[in-house]
Design a protein around this ligand. Structure first.
Ligand code: KIV
Ligand code: NA
Length: 275
């Protein structure tokens, strides 16, 4: 399994880092088989697997429950788990306790937290406690109410400057990796250049040290609408619907199960039974 230091080395060697989300045993197993560098158990699970409107409803127990399943499916892949909404903003003690549960019960290798400002202290405290931390800047979905919607971030001179400053502060606070979401690619290029830690982009252009996508978006699994920045690499939902339709048709017309898919009694048993 990769360690935090390996991601730093990959950046130095200019080897792109691949990251994708996974939320359960089968998705984690397939992602590991595909040879991805790093799995993210994102709180996007609230939307893509639990059907919530946003990530706000996701609880610490939800994250731990899903992280456990991911760990069972991908024993040899570095797993980052999101700390969900309002689980790292109250007290230092509570933040540490919550992160420790994600590590110990969820089997995470690192946690991810959104934002800078007050969160910088958190990044520093968790890192000092031995918990590797991934930062997350740009569009931070847990603050969507304050940001005023899911929009591209860092578009003004002021916002771009703040983003660059925040990213440096995340690095100084001890983050070993930074996710940037929905920002113009020129800004990502600047961040990638200025930071020593790897910058992982989503909707952030081609200059990042690595990329992350949501599993369900990337393979077209139960999602109707894709953001501009997602490239659909597969469309498994069509495959799934067709498979299930064929199953239903064959049950209705009596062609399934057939002899091949049925168990049978031996002739002598049948004879003994009815003879
Ligand atoms: O929850 C998530 O999937 C994420 C990625 C979009 C970075 O945080
Ligand atoms: Na997230």
């Amino acid at each position: 399994m990769k360690q935090t230091i390996d991601f730093l080395k990959m950046k130095e060697m200019k080897e792109k880092i691949t990251m994708i989300t996974a939320y359960d045993y089968p998705s984690a197993k397939l992602v590991e088989q595909a040879g991805i560098d790093c799995i993210l158990v994102g709180d996007s699970l609230g939307m893509v697997v639990l059907g919530y409107e946003s990530t706000i409803q996701v609880t610490l127990n939800d994250m731990i429950h899903h992280a456990k399943a991911v760990r069972r499916g991908a024993a040899n892949t570095f797993v980052v788990v999101d700390m969900p909404f309002a689980t790292y903003h109250l007290s230092k003690d509570e933040t540490l306790r919550n992160a420790a549960r994600i590590m110990q019960e969820g089997g995470a290798n690192a946690v991810k937290v959104e934002g800078a400002d007050d969160v910088l202290e958190t990044i520093s405290q968790l890192t000092k406690a031995g918990i590797p931390v991934v930062g997350h800047l740009g569009l931070t979905p847990q603050s969507v109410g304050v940001l005023g919607g899911y929009k591209v971030q860092g578009k003004s001179v002021e916002a771009a400057r703040k983003l660059i400053a925040d990213a440096k502060k995340c690095e100084e606070a001890g983050a070993f990796m930074l996710v940037v979401e929905c920002i113009p690619y020129q800004l990502t290029a600047e961040l990638t250049k200025q930071l020593k830690i790897p910058v992982i982009g989503i909707g952030a252009g081609n200059h990042a040290d690595g990329q992350v996508l949501v599993y369900h978006d990337a393979i077209g699994y139960g999602v109707d609408r894709l953001p501009k920045f997602v490239k659909p690499y597969a469309n498994i939902q069509t495959e799934i619907i067709n498979g299930i339709k064929n199953y239903a048709t064959e049950v209705k017309n009596g062609t399934f199960p057939d002899e091949q898919t049925s168990y049978t009694l031996k002739e002598e048993v049948l004879a003994g039974l009815y003879g």
